[in-house]
Design a protein around this ligand. Structure first.
Ligand code: SAH
Length: 392
């Protein structure tokens, strides 16, 4: 019988972990010399001060989130069998939701696998590992993926900046096969993603439902898709009968994939490489307007300390974007920063719209789709906020 090393909570600490939350912070545990000496990522049993077991997790003495829980039972063997159980559950949920094999297969804590996201593009899987604990488990993870999904390609996109917080180096490699530019399908639209060199895993599945919502409004309309990446919103709108679509982004590579995708769908979209703030100001002074303006920017609040400047940037974006919406048009504003709350973001958007001298109503407030499940005790990990306004 295995027995993991035990990490104890300090007296009266770990209220959230006792209630079933999957995180324990470093100030909540008894950080003695044994604990401090454990290799980052060691599998441990977690126990309350009185010895009552809380379960199995992995531990990083160097991280603020010192423990991420993997299982409610102590002494759980974290090997291929564990991953097979978690992956089968995650797969079953997606299979019930989607007819085609294009979705986020694993969304970290939401799927009981902290430190891991996996996006599925048919027989190619693109994984991102963000913690020392998950890094040490890559071998059983790959074995479990081979058993449950039998993918042709598994790409490890382990190049996210957050890995540095866990003391990890960045790298990209194929654990199986090889893949770069791949095709995907979403809402009946064909797109292309570069899973080896594109942003994140190559595609942002989180906006799928919001893309469908905007596409439904777009028939016969002119659409500006700002921060378009490879055309997620814009091409869906064009395919649904938009009269004119302009996609704006600063990444040449992302726009090039968008151009290919527009052609593959038989629709005309214009792809423009520009800085969004500059271009919105230029369009306003040229008195150009669009029936639908979409602004889905990169995170403006990357860290807690960026909250005030980031909030101001969201307000400015809302003001500039609202200013070029045609009368009775629609405006989508999104934030993927988990460091700004939904309330604050909505407040900045409202302030920006009003500064542009526009009135209107919020007709949708949404987040990521159901392939991005949220652990119920970690509501703060629901990072995406997507607001849609109908402006007068
Ligand atoms: N809306 C996209 C996702 C956007 S991600 C989708 O549905 O898939 C944010 C995008 O903003 C990235 O493609 C990035 O290249 C782009 N970007 C970042 N800074 C920018 C800037 N200053 N001007 C224009 N685009 C920018």
């Amino acid at each position: 019988m295995t027995s993991h090393k035990i990490i104890r909570l300090r007296p009266k600490e770990g209220r959230r972990a006792r209630a079933g939350a999957p995180w324990v912070f470093s100030n909540e545990i008894q950080m003695d010399t044994t604990a401090k000496g454990l290799t980052p990522g060691t599998i441990v049993n977690v126990a309350c001060d009185d010895g009552q077991p809380l379960g199995t997790g992995y531990f990083n003495p160097k991280s603020l989130i010192a423990i991420r829980m993997l299982d409610q039972a102590p002494d759980t063997i974290i090997g291929t069998g564990f991953f097979v159980r978690r992956l089968e559950r995650a797969s079953a949920i997606r299979a019930a939701l989607y007819a085609k094999p294009f979705y986020r297969l694993v969304h970290a804590e939401g799927d009981g696998l902290p430190g891991l996201t996996i996006d599925r593009f048919d027989d190619s899987l693109v994984a991102q590992v963000t913690t020392a604990g998950m890094e040490r488990l890559i071998e059983p993870l790959i074995a479990a993926l081979a058993k449950t999904a039998a993918p042709a390609n598994i790409i490890l996109r382990n190049d996210t900046p957050s890995r540095a917080l866990e003391g990890l180096d960045n790298y990209v490699r194929a654990a199986k096969g090889a893949a770069e530019r791949i095709a995907l399908e979403e809402n009946g639209v064909r797109y292309f993603a570069d899973v080896a060199g594109g942003q994140k895993t190559g595609w942002y599945y989180d906006q799928r439902d919001n893309r469908a919502f905007m596409a439904a409004l777009a028939k016969g309309k002119s659409v500006l898709d700002a921060y378009s990446y490879s055309g997620g919103f814009g091409i869906a709108a064009a395919k649904n009968g938009a009269r004119e679509v302009i996609c704006l982004d600063s990444s040449h590579a992302a726009l090039a994939l968008g151009e290919e995708a527009a052609a593959a769908n038989g629709v005309a979209c214009k792809f423009v490489k520009a800085d969004v703030f500059e271009e919105l100001e230029r369009l306003a002074s040229a008195k150009e307007v669009f029936d639908i303006v979409i602004a889905d920017p990169p995170p403006f609040v990357r860290a807690k300390k960026d909250l005030e400047p980031g909030a101001k940037a969201y307000r400015k974006l809302a003001r500039l974007a609202a200013a070029i919406v045609a009368p009775n048009g629609y405006l989508l504003l999104a934030s993927c920063s988990h460091n700004i709350s939904a309330e604050r973001f909505a407040g900045e958007c409202a302030a920006g719209i009003s500064r542009a001298n526009r009135r209107g109503a919020l007709i949708r407030h949404a987040g990521a789709g159901p392939d991005h499940p949220v652990h119920p005790l970690l509501p703060e990990t629901a990072y995406l906020k997507t607001l849609v306004y109908a402006l007068d």
